[in-house]
Each structure stands twice: as structure tokens, then as C-alpha cells.
Design a protein around this ligand. Structure first.
Ligand code: GAL
Length: 685
């Protein structure tokens, strides 16, 4: 069970006073400015290890005591970080084993951050000791609100300690080497292992083509990272059992192999609260802000769902530019507030920035912050940040509401790793995350609330589940989908689905899946980027690209057929009634106009309509949150465009504007990058 956040909206930032210990006047100024910016929550000590323990065993907590006390006196909630994200230089020097070994088997030098070995007993001991001291010291401190464990866990280590742990993990999973060889299909290229010690993590100078090994390595890295996390929280749970723990996740991490990240679906289960760091590239020339908003919404919906649909935390975002993106673009007026409100609309109960104050030196000195090096409170960024603080106070009542989705879109990390690794199809066109987002977008643009779920989540409370490109589909998941459909659910899936099992062995026949879809897929053709295929669907013609299946019907009916290409005349889209439910199969990657028409039909069939009938205009996003206790619904109307817009809807007249407390007009005007928060059940004031 996830921890339930207090009914409050948290507003603040990562704060690094450890960089300013020689400048007490700056710290004084910070506390003044924090008030002026209407903040109430700060993450501190994220990179504070060197400031606490300058030399091994010599501790200086006084600066942190002082910051904690000042936080408490201003009523701020502290997300107190364990500082393991950056190991001190003395430690890296004295204990080389805590430094990672990369896939080329080179031990790294000290530098950067988030690059410690997760297996090293010494680092585990050091972090546990540090955390115990923090917990003992601050257990009764009124400012302590949450533990922020380390920072953005990620990456991997290939040292001998990790190799040993990997082999142990494999032994537990497979029992015998014979079984492992079988499941990994190591007879291919004569790669059969005859001793456990022969197994090494994937490497460009070693093994990289046993795909089941690659997949198990990714699973192990997740496992080992979670174990490290658990080692960190052990003393905290012992000393401060009531204080929740979180760690900050990153986007739909990973973007690509080989930096293939962690399975957050699994990691989330170990956290009390899920939180994430959002850095969308607003105002970029390759997509509209509306599209960027959709991709950001997708990730928020993923983390909200991983947080068991309880409010999650937006742990980091920038009030201004992001210095590591291709261009450090500023935000247009309004964008900062809109971005914050979007996060709340998708179920977050916080807007926390990276960072409160810009550093004076090193790599992040040009990264956006609430306070810049000029230390002023009359800057555009500071004023907008202070405004958002005020806005969040006005909207605080929304914190007790949650989202209720009838539609779920599947997104699974193991599937993504296996699919990215698969040598076949189009090497560049698989685009799993983009494909899932394209399906998600059809619901998002209509103003529906959507859950984004991994294979670990239950399906029974949805009317519609959409699973694009379910390449790796464990039997257990097939059974879960079947039960969902048998009980009346509607399931949509696509090309490149149900191809391999959990060790990446090709399934061939699968009686349950085949019966459910009512079709047999014989071949899949992958197209070159410049090629298209035409197919019909309900009397209209659409363009498809990248993948087309050769489908033969069993019980299913064809609702669309190819109109050219090798499979001309064969089914392209099928529909199968299965027990009380329905299964649709797309044997082609249809374009946006197809997805639009396809889902329109299904949503009508299932009577899944948004409660406000507003146009789909590439500008407006509508999302809702519902308060079970007062039975009121909150409508977030967000304008992701640089134009002022107006919408007329008879229902507006029955809704209250949360910020003004007044009944809304029938026509609502929203400025460029503006928003409105309306609520059902309001009365005129
Ligand atoms: C995050 C990280 C922060 C800061 C930020 C800059 O990934 O957690 O410490 O570096 O990026 O955007």
C-alpha cells in the first residue's frame, strides 16, 4: 500500500545550502526569498556528503541542523536526502571498489555522480551508517517530512562483485546451468556454458548477442539497484517508521539501449511514494507544445498509476531553461504555471523545482533556478514562480482528489528492452515508446483520463485496455488479458505482439492468444521509411507504414483490408468477439487519422465520452480529478498554445472557477499558455 500524502499541494525546490556554507548572508537571503516565493517544501542534502563528512569519520552536522531548524521555523516540509548520489573523493580514493567498472571492464575514476557500485559491501555499509546518523539526528525534527533516497538511481557496474552477484541471481532464477542454457538458447553459435563462472555481464568486448542474457542483465541491474535502495532505507524504517521514502524517477527512462535504465514498474513497488523529474523540451521546433504536453502527460500517468493512483510528487522541473538540452530555451510567459498545473491535473500533489538557487560554478550554473546569481526577486522567473506558489494555494482543495480512468494503455520496461534488442523488423522504426504514446494521445486529446500501466498491474477495473507492440508477453500476462476480455473487457493490440516469452524465446503458436484474437499471423513485412501501404477501414482508405502483417482469419472478422502491397486483399484490422468481450488487432501501423477514427468508434461503442464536449484543436488539454468525499469533479482546462482561446459549453454554467470562487460563464477565455480550474457542484458567491 502506498503512503497517502497529506491533503496539501507541495511547492518548492532542490536546495543546496552545502554549496553556500561560506556565504551565510546568501543563506539568510534564501530563507527570506523562500517566503516571498510562496514555497513550502524543499529537498536538501542531496549532494551533501562531503559537507557532512569531510574526512572519514569526522562529522559536521551543524550546518544541516541549522537549515532544518530554519526550515521548521518557516513551516517548510523537508524532503531530507540521503547523500549516496555523490560519493566523496576521499572515499573513492581509499576504497576503489566503490567506483564502477564499465562494460569495457575499466574501473572509472572519481568524478561526476550517481556512479557508485551497487554491490560494494563498503559503499552499502557507508551509506547505511550515514543514513542511520541522519535518522537518529532528525527523527523528531518537525521539518522532516519525507526521505529522498539518493538521486535518480541508474546505470550499471560490471565489477567482479557485481559479476558474482549476477551469477548468484541467475542461479536462483534458473536452478541449474542446464536449464539456463536451454532458456537462453546458448547452443546457438556454440555459446553453451559449462561453468557458472563463464557467465559475464554483456559487453562490447565479450557477449552481447545472447538476448536472454541481455534481458536478464537488465533485470538484475534493477534488482541490485532495488536491493541497494532497501539497504539505504533499512535504518530509516527502523528509526523513523512513519516517515515515507521516495526516490526520483526519470521520464519514461530509458530513452534507448544501452543506457537501458531500470524497470521502474518493479522499483515503484519498493517506494512509499513515487516521484519523478520532468524536463520536457517546451517550445522546440520539432513538435508543438501540445505534443510535448501529451508526452509529458503520458509519463505522469505512468507514475501516478505506479503510485497506485494516489497523488504522486513532481520532484524536479525547471522554472526556466534546462542547460543540458540541445538548446537552453526559456519558457514563454505562463508556461511555468501551465506546466505545474498540468502535473497536478495528472495526479501530482507537488511542483518542486530543480533548483532553488543557481550555483556559482561548475556544470549547472546556467541551469534554470528560482533565484539566479543576481539574487533578485523582481526577475521574470522569480515573479512567475511566486505567482505559481499563490495559484497552488488557491487550488489547494484539489489535493484531496484522485483520477479515475476507464482506459489503460500498457507500457512495460521488459517488453521495451527485449524489443529494442531484437534484431529484426526495422532497426530504427520499432519506436516502442513513441508508438504507445501515439495510442495514448488518442484518449488524451479527447480529454479522457488514462492510466498507463505495466504488466504488473491489474486490469479488471478498465473498460478498455490498449497494448501496442506487446513483443515480449509472458504467459501469465496472456492469461490476465484473457480473463479481462472474458469478463467483458475490450482489448486492442497490434503488429509485433506476443512474439517471445520472458527469456526471449520465440513462442510460435499460443492457443490462448490466438483464440482471443481469432486470427493467425503468418508473416510480418517491415517497410523502408519512404514506403507506405494503403488499407481500408470502414469504407475509408488510410496510409500505413513500417509494419504490415499477413493475417488469416479464424473466428475474427476483418474490419479493414490492405489495398495494395504484398498482402493486398488480406485483413489489416480485425475484430473478434471473445466470450463477453472484444479483441481488436491492428496488423498495420496506421497513421494518426486512422487511429483517430478507429478509437472514435470504439469509444462510442463503449460509451466512454469525456464529460465536457470541447473541440480537439491541438491547443486545449482537459483533464479531471475527482473528490470522492465531496463528490465533486475538478476540470483542468489547459491551453498549450501561444494563442488566446475561447470555448463555449453549456455545462460551464454549472461549474465553479476554483480560483475566483465564481460560477463560470458559458464561454470561457483562456490566454496563451493559460489554464482554468473548474469544479462541479459550486455555488455563486
Ligand atoms: C536531474 C538531477 C538534478 C539536476 C537536474 C538538472 O536529472 O536530478 O540534480 O542535475 O537533472 O536538470
Amino acid at each position: 500500500m502506498k503512503y497517502q500524502l497529506p491533503k496539501k499541494l507541495f511547492y518548492g525546490a532542490d536546495y543546496n545550502p552545502d554549496q553556500w556554507l561560506d556565504y551565510p548572508e546568501i543563506i539568510d537571503r534564501d530563507f527570506y526569498l523562500m517566503k516571498a516565493a510562496n514555497t513550502n517544501a524543499f529537498s536538501i542534502n542531496i549532494f551533501g556528503w562531503s559537507a557532512i563528512e569531510k574526512k572519514e569519520g569526522e562529522y559536521t552536522f551543524e550546518w544541516l541542523d541549522n537549515i532544518m531548524d530554519r526550515m521548521a521555523s518557516q513551516g517548510n516540509n523537508v524532503l531530507l536526502a540521503t547523500p549516496s548520489g555523490a560519493k566523496p573523493a576521499w572515499m573513492a580514493q581509499k576504497y576503489p571498489e566503490i567506483r564502477r567498472v564499465n562494460a569495457m571492464r575499466q574501473r572509472e575514476l572519481q568524478g561526476l555522480r550517481q556512479n557508485h557500485c551497487f554491490t560494494s559491501p563498503i559503499y552499502r555499509e557507508k551509506t547505511a551508517k550515514m543514513n542511520r546518523m541522519l535518522a537518529e539526528r532528525y527523527k523528531d525534527h518537525p521539518a522532516l517530512f519525507m526521505w529522498h533516497i539518493s538521486n535518480e538511481f541508474g546505470g550499471e557496474c560490471h565489477c567482479s562483485l557485481c559479476q558474482e552477484a549476477f551469477r548468484k541471481w541467475l542461479k536462483e532464477r534458473y536452478g541449474t546451468l542446464e536449464n539456463l542454457n536451454k532458456q537462453w538458447w546458448t547452443s546457438f553459435w556454440s555459446h553453451t556454458y559449462t561453468e557458472w563462472e563463464q557467465i559475464e555481464s554483456p559487453s562490447p568486448i565479450g557477449e552481447s548477442q545472447v538476448h536472454a542474457l541481455n534481458l536478464d542483465w537488465r533485470r538484475f541491474v534493477t534488482f541490485q539497484t532495488i536491493e541497494f535502495y532497501q539497504n539505504e532505507i533499512k535504518p530509516l524504517k527502523e528509526i523513523t517508521p512513519e516517515i515515507p521514502c521516495t526516490t526520483n524517477f526519470m521520464g519514461d527512462y530509458p530513452l534507448q539501449a544501452p543506457f537501458a535504465g531500470l524497470d521502474y514498474g518493479k522499483f515503484a513497488k519498493a517506494l512509499d511514494v513515487v516521484s519523478w523529474d520532468a524536463y520536457p523540451e517546451w517550445h522546440n521546433p520539432d513538435e508543438s507544445d501540445y505534443e510535448t504536453a501529451c508526452r509529458t502527460a503520458f509519463v505522469s500517468d505512468l507514475y501516478r498509476t505506479l503510485n497506485e493512483n494516489k497523488p504522486f510528487l513532481l520532484m524536479e522541473c525547471t522554472p526556466s531553461a534546462v542547460n543540458w538540452q540541445r538548446v537552453a530555451k526559456l519558457k514563454e510567459p505562463g508556461m511555468n504555471t501551465l506546466m505545474g498545473m498540468q502535473s497536478i491535473a495528472h495526479g501530482s500533489n507537488s511542483v518542486l523545482y530543480f533548483q532553488w538557487r543557481k550555483s556559482k560554478g561548475s556544470s549547472e550554473k546556467f541551469h534554470g533556478a528560482v533565484v539566479s546569481q543576481d539574487d533578485r526577486e523582481d526577475t521574470r522567473v522569480f515573479k512567475e514562480a511566486a505567482d505559481l506558489g499563490k495559484t497552488l494555494k488557491q487550488c489547494e482543495e484539489v489535493s484531496s482528489s484522485v483520477k479515475r480512468a476507464k482506459v489503460a494503455v500498457l507500457y512495460d520496461w521488459e517488453n521495451r528492452w527485449a524489443l529494442d534488442d531484437a534484431q529484426g523488423y526495422g532497426l530504427k522504426s520499432k519506436e516502442y515508446a513513441k508508438t504507445v504514446e501515439a495510442h495514448y494521445r488518442e484518449f488524451w486529446k479527447r480529454g479522457l483520463d488514462i492510466d498507463v500501466i505495466t504488466y504488473n498491474e491489474p486490469l479488471h477495473h478498465y473498460d478498455l485496455v490498449v497494448g501496442p507492440m506487446l513483443y515480449l508477453l509472458p504467459d501469465e500476462m496472456v492469461n490476465k488479458i484473457e480473463t479481462f476480455v472474458k469478463n467483458g473487457g475490450t482489448f486492442v493490440t497490434t503488429y509485433i505482439s506476443n512474439i517471445v516469452n520472458e527469456t526471449d524465446l520465440v513462442k510460435g503458436l499460443d492457443p490462448i492468444f490466438d483464440q482471443m484474437t481469432g486470427i493467425r499471423v503468418e508473416e510480418v513485412d517491415s517497410l523502408y521509411a519512404k514506403d507506405n501501404v494503403l488499407f481500408s477501414y470502414k469504407g475509408k482508405s488510410y496510409k500505413g507504414s513500417d509494419y504490415i502483417d499477413s493475417i488469416f482469419l479464424n473466428e475474427a472478422v476483418a474490419v479493414g483490408r490492405f489495398q495494395d502491397h504484398l498482402f493486398n486483399g488480406q485483413p489489416a484490422i480485425t475484430k473478434n468477439i471473445y466470450h463477453k468481450g472484444m479483441v481488436y488487432y491492428m496488423g498495420v501501423r496506421g497513421n494518426e487519422s486512422f487511429l483517430h477514427d478507429f478509437y472514435q468508434e470504439i469509444l462510442e461503442e463503449l460509451d466512454l465520452q469525456p464529460s465536457l464536449q470541447l473541440p480537439i484543436d491541438g491547443k486545449l488539454s482537459v483533464q479531471t480529478r475527482h473528490d470522492e468525499e465531496s463528490n465533486s469533479t475538478y476540470y483542468f482546462l489547459m491551453n498549450f498554445s501561444d494563442e488566446n482561446v475561447s470555448y463555449t459549453e453549456p455545462l460551464f454554467n454549472t461549474l465553479k472557477d476554483v480560483q475566483t470562487g465564481k460560477i463560470a460563464e458559458q464561454t470561457i477565455h483562456i490566454p496563451a499558455y493559460g489554464f482554468k480550474l473548474l469544479k462541479s457542484g459550486g455555488t455563486t458567491e
